[in-house]
Ligand binder design. Sequence first.
Ligand SMILES: Nc1ncnc2c1ncn2[C@@H]1O[C@H](COP(=O)(O)OP(=O)(O)OP(=O)(O)O)[C@@H](O)[C@H]1O
Length: 659
Amino acid sequence: MRLRRRRPRPSAEPSAEPSAEPQTALPQVHASKYNPWSADLAATSFLSMVWRLPAMIGRALSWSWRASPADTAATVGLNLAAGVFTAFGLIAVAGVLESLFEAGPTPDRVRAALPALLLAGGAAVVCGVLRAGAGWAQGRLDPYVQRLTEMELFDLTSRVRLEAFDDSDFSDAMYRARDRGVHEVSRMVTSTVDVITGAIGIAAVAGVLAVLHPVLLPLLALTVLPDGWAAARAARMRYTHMREMTTSRRRQWIIADLLAERASAAELRAYNMRPFLLAEYTRIADHVRDVLVAVARRQTAVRAAGDTVSGAATAATYTALGALLVAGAMPLSVAGTAVLAIRQGQTALTQLLFALNRSYESGLFFNDFLEFCAEARVRLPAAASGTPPARFTGLSARGLVFRYPGSERPALRGVDLDVRRGEVVALVGENGSGKSTLARLVAGLYTPHEGTIRWSGVDTAELAPDLLRERIGLISQDYTQWPLTARRNITMSADTDEDRLLRALELSSADAVVADLPHGLDTLLDKRFVDGADLSGGQRQRIAAARGLYRTADLVIADEPTAALDARAEKRLFDTLHAAAARSTVLLITHRLASVRMADRIYVLHEGAVVECGTHDELMALPDGHYRRLFTLQAESYAFAGGRGRSADEPLEGAEPAT
Ligand SMILES: Nc1ncnc2c1ncn2[C@@H]1O[C@H](COP(=O)(O)OP(=O)(O)OP(=O)(O)O)[C@@H](O)[C@H]1O
């Protein structure tokens, strides 16, 4: 049967294509290019879908087996047994009808039917018990599958190389996997079990119908296939649109976060961003709604067509049964059983098609999820297992090149760096010159695209990243305030070395912060939880500094550790970092050039390359040097702020204006 396809009118059918997104004032979110094959999959025909289903079902079953082998086996096994008893019950019913329709007095016929009736009743009871057992096993399976899926997802998202988070396609895929994938995987497994249950039920009914009369089987198929076609088509429509709207939804998600997150709450009010954001949100939400309504309309039309054809086929089936009776080709008892079996078969087939439809739809998301996991696995760090040498002698980097995903321009272009044990080495340069990128490479967070980093002479590519990172204390520019106690925010582990903790608190000036907290070190640092406390920007940075100093690290990397600190805390931390070099080695990134005068070596970065390297005095001696210019500029503005002139070489104290 062919349905005439109406050409959609552009104005009536809003497109979900990213390019057809409503015009918004916010910049365009990248359209997803990741996983292009799923677009092909979404456009497959009904027959290809049926062809692909066994593979999808196989994957779902192996996933559910991984989650809980016992519950998977119990679900499938008990349903199988229930199917056998269904068939048995139907055959018993045929026996009952046969006895009832025989000639003779009614009490005799009923008596004759009793054994078959008892068998049919017994089969129904056993079938009910088996189905209840299968339902229980299936109910147990769902949380296991959900847990396995979430653990798989978060195990990967927390292990992938950091640069994966800078790739918008990967972010899209991760969003889909988190947003739909996790739920759809467990739905897929549940639907697959339903498909198997339905298929067993159908097989039982079909077996009985084939025994009763061969023509009944194709008639049964005719009544349900149109419904199946409609269900599959509706599922594909929904998936295609959901997939195409990923970008719109991601944009909506970003704005929703801005409207409802604590981090943006203050500026949203201060700059009266509410009307703008709400207007943006409404525009996108309207677009999403229009697309979904259009999809629902088209789905309804498809389903109505399927239902109509199925209804006509049912009428034809009963007519055929009547004709067979009239022609004497089928006894009345068989026809009666056939009507029962066809009704039972229709119910089972409708359930099967519903489950098939759901499992196909979920299967597409499941594929997405599996593809995301595969893509994430490709982005895992190399499986190096070497242990860094016990004694740290220094770090040297040669020819480092690094490019962020999606960026044409390298953030680092052939950088060389040497940090020897006990030294304080500083990285300076203007915003965007590559300092933090270099620090992240040295910290083992990013892997260089070219070049090598040697730790005590060993190539870091051969060292286990976790073991390497344990030897480094990172005071990050983008520090996180964890929703944990102040103590745990510093120690980052369940064990505490009290002496080290007290020392880290003192050196970072975080002792004063903790002293003001209602429960001291045991105060929860997150306002979203009961009894949680909040900190100022500078107080947070002190806690972050304490975290880096608490670790017994060979190398401390301090990336802008004082940007939010007051002058006293800043001086104390810089003094600490310089003193810390006696125990550990320090790689310091700062715009406060007065604080790098004492450094053993200063690397000046510009547009991703080292343009100068030397001590403060050596760099100041370069007549038209980059460092000299920056330093002089700062010194002048500081001297101006102090109300008197000062030569560039004069020592500076305390805080300096930033470059
Ligand atoms: N996650 C990212 N994705 C893409 N590009 C990035 C990313 N982070 C930094 N960049 C780019 O890489 C270059 C170097 O940035 P980096 O953060 O290393 O500079 P920086 O010297 O530390 O700057 P600042 O002084 O402002 O902290 C810049 O051009 C920046 O725009």
